[in-house]
Design a binder for this molecule. Sequence first.
Ligand SMILES: [Ca+2]
Ligand SMILES: [Ca+2]
Length: 402
Amino acid sequence: MTIVSRLRAPMAVMILGMTGFHGLPALAGPDTRQATFEAWINPASISNTKSQDRVISKGVVELMVSSGDSGCAAGAGHVQWRATIGGVDRRLCGGALSLNNWQHIAGTYDGAQFRLYVNGVQVASMARSGTLATNNANLVVGNAAAISRPFHGTIEEVRIWSRALSAAELQANMNVELPGAQAGLLAYYRFNEGDGQTVGDGSGNGRDAVLGSDATVQATDPSWVQTVTISTTVPEVVGHPRATASSMILGAGLTLGTVNETPSIIVPTASVISQSPSGGTSVPDWLTVNLFVSSGPTTGGGNPRETYLMFDGTDDRVHAGNLAQASRITFEAWINPASISNTKAQNRVISKGAFELMVSTASTGCSAGAGHVQWRARIGGVDRRLCGGAVAEQLAAHRRHL
Ligand SMILES: [Ca+2]
Ligand SMILES: [Ca+2]
């Protein structure tokens, strides 16, 4: 299990080495009878020389790994949640941790119960009703402000709340990044920066923190870690029916994003017109693929059938009679060339005397050469010819708009 696959989040967590980082000097203590500390941790080792390895420490309120504290009857390698409540130092302990695995730990206090959770499940509690001791100590992740008690491993998604989250709230939130400000969220570190000395506070409270004790490079800075980027290839779903496209996207491990409908005269109803990202693109597997799907050839009320004419390239034609010639003109059509003649100068698509939209089959008069579109008109008594836009033969399921 990696945090990336759990949180479907970009890719940075921190190794907290000798002393972790300091921050939030102005953060007063949690509300007097409510608090939640939570984080994802992946311990690399557990100290045998300290009482606890600190994960989140703020003076007398601390969430940590017990490494042999006498106040943790469950013993070393369990989670410990400590706070001074009603003037007395209280310690909960439970939830055996495993090394080199991501585990979510949380401590809460709601003014009636002091609780400890591991992976969203309560592992210890005690009834208490006093006020939490407020303090103005630095909030420190990965160590303690006063006495060095370092955590060794990776830490992700640190959240400090001024209220007690329920088990249901913890379970609902722990596997996803929070979008930003939440009721009671005092400080929130996603650790998604990936480099530099600053970690942003995602709570909206502006409580950015620094690695080490200041924004210079220090021996006490934890290291950025980029977890394995899980990439996959986006399937090419253009032209497929919507249901098939959805199965292909989900089958590639990707998520189907928005599906918008829009009219198309060239793509059958309910088939995919376009996709973003494009087929063949290599992307992280948490990405969404958005689609535009055809709602049919009309914007409503018209004939929904998709029919067209086949011309044999020998003598077929549609004769529309004489049209009055105006001083301004546009010719347009969708075409799907089956072959391009080599024996004629042009293959006519629309022809009206000196006005013609066609496919060039030779370079004379069309410097772009055979297989390009040619637009010809007599302007001011002179025959004018434009040429460009390579036309592909036998475009499966597509036609070309000229
Ligand atoms: Ca992160
Ligand atoms: Ca630093």
